[in-house]
Ligand binder design. Structure first.
Ligand code: GDP
Length: 220
């Protein structure tokens, strides 16, 4: 990497550090999109199969150990949970999908809930779709990506639990995931490996989210 690229990355990481140094809080859990707060500032959302590590990742990104619930019955939560630290950026925790029992109904319900959410969220910059680094993309993930492609919302794949995978195997799953989404129209090509346990990738994710805020002119 050259000096310019290093400087750009360092600035992004610092902006991310500052954004997430603030006191993040739970704003509300919305049973329907109509109950969501106004679309001021920018918004990014997190999606993934139940048990993928979504709550743990949101806790790690916000630096709040128990902000998103980390233990609950898989597939139980259907609401959209919103977190913020002031008016600039909101994080939206979408309902988990793909719980083995009632999988078909689950996907249909998730699709409807997410479509309802996407309609009218003009400030939504990206949906981070979480995938377990040990398993890679599953058919229910592919179905969720179909929904996001259809809605034409920019999304990016984030691998979770990277600490559970050997470095060489992580490279393989990153490459396989990148290949699997290469032809998907709304997918960002870069895959972000993360671990809520080791902290890997968390600063990068913070930096990306801060960049959305500054691009939109809502940075401090
Ligand atoms: P959610 O259902 O997607 O919100 O998943 P949770 O955040 O509740 O995590 C599901 C399980 O995976 C829990 O037992 C977590 O402790 C575990 N987990 C989550 N993230 C990580 C990680 O980065 N590394 C490891 N080793 N375990 C994780």
């Amino acid at each position: 990497m050259n000096d310019d690229a290093d400087a750009v990355r360092a600035a992004a990481l610092e902006a991310g550090r500052l954004l997430f140094a603030g006191p993040w809080r739970f704003v509300l859990g919305a049973a329907t999109p109509a109950a969501l707060p106004p679309t001021d500032g920018v918004e990014v959302a997190f999606a993934g199969r139940s048990n993928v590590g979504k709550s743990s990742l949101i806790n790690a990104v916000t630096g709040r150990r128990a902000l998103a619930r980390t233990s609950r019955t898989p597939g139980q939560t259907r609401q959209l949970n919103v977190y913020d630290a002031g008016a600039r950026v909101k994080l939206v925790d979408l309902p988990g999908y793909g719980y083995a029992r009632a999988a078909k109904r689950d996907v249909a319900e998730w699709t409807r809930a997410v479509f309802d959410y996407l309609r009218g969220r003009a400030n939504l910059r990206r949906v981070y779709v979480l995938v377990d680094a040990r398993h890679g993309l599953k058919p229910t993930d592919e179905a969720a990506l179909d929904t996001l492609d259809e809605a034409a919302v920019s999304y990016q794949l984030v691998l979770t639990k990277a600490d559970k995978v050997k470095a060489a195997d992580l490279g393989t799953v990153v490459a396989a995931t990148a290949a699997a989404i290469a032809k998907r129209p709304a997918a960002h090509p870069a895959i972000i490996p993360t671990s809520a346990v080791s902290g890997a990738g968390i600063a990068d994710l913070r930096g990306e989210i801060a960049a959305f805020a500054s691009e939109s002119g809502v940075a401090a």
